[in-house]
Write a protein that binds this ligand. Sequence first.
Ligand code: GDP
Length: 329
Amino acid sequence: MNTPIGYEPLTPHASPLTATAKIFVAGHRGLVGSAVERRLRAEGYTNLVLRTRKELDLLDYAAVAAFFERERPEVVIDAAARVGGIHANNTYPADFIRDNLFVQNNLIDNAWRFGARKLVFLGSSCIYPKHAPQPMKEEHLLTGPLEPTNEWYAIAKIAGIKMCQAYRKQHGFDAISLMPTNLYGPGDNFNLESSHVLPALIRKFHEAKLAGASAVTVWGTGTPRREFLHVDDMAAATVFLAANYSDSEIVNVGVGEDVSIRELAELVRDAVGFTGELEFDTTKPDGTPRKLLDVTRLHGLGWKASIPLAEGIRSTYDWFLQHQADFRT
Ligand code: GDP
């Protein structure tokens, strides 16, 4: 259970996020959206509006407008995005830029148009320049070229940030933008072609253990460094900031510590109980050398992550073991 520093239940007038507010979580079937839904319910928010992809196509402006006109949610949490790991981003650039631009434009514009009082836009740490100083501060946005393997996704997310800032500036719309670091946890994508590194490694080590394999192949050199935040921590931060933050400046959401891909692989190997070797496939891309967020602003606002990486990997592996039959493979 996350106990944010200084967290206090809100008075009804302090924020649009009241106990009875109508809250639309877009993307509630995804890794982040499902965690946000769990967190909202755990904190006693009951008036949630949820739509599956079949019920509402977020790519369709007219359908989204009709939904907002009918439902008029007061708070919108945009956790809907096309996401993927280094291989998927690199292989489907048109899908990544198009789908993310369409979905976020449709949500932000209609939320404002139909009177939402708050919108939370979720970006990503890949919006920062490839060679940004580490740890990356919010003001490093748009100070240099992006990492080419995910620049399409990053450009869409940067457009989302600017859209929120523009609507706040021109219309006084209370849209905030949060930039999570690499997320993982229950509900993750374990497909080896499209997943991020942490779930990919859980699956690879698990399957190698079952097969009695002598080694597991890790992509790249193992030297890039990444920061990992458990999605339940991300959801807690999202609800906390939806309630307590209202400004155009973006906010990094991370733990403030990173590990090398080799160290991550060793942690996953130990959690899974695989006893073989690690092999590095250097024909696969490393991506950006380091992606560590500066979380000074987040801590100043009164929130800190609480799930240690080794514990988060163990519980995610447990979740994997219980759900592996249901995966999209
Ligand atoms: P990124 O943070 O956007 O680069 O996305 P990823 O999570 O996909 O990859 C992070 C790092 O982990 C990169 O250096 C990858 O090459 C490395 N990596 C090692 N093994 C794997 C794997 O099996 N799958 C993925 N997706 N990445 C891996």
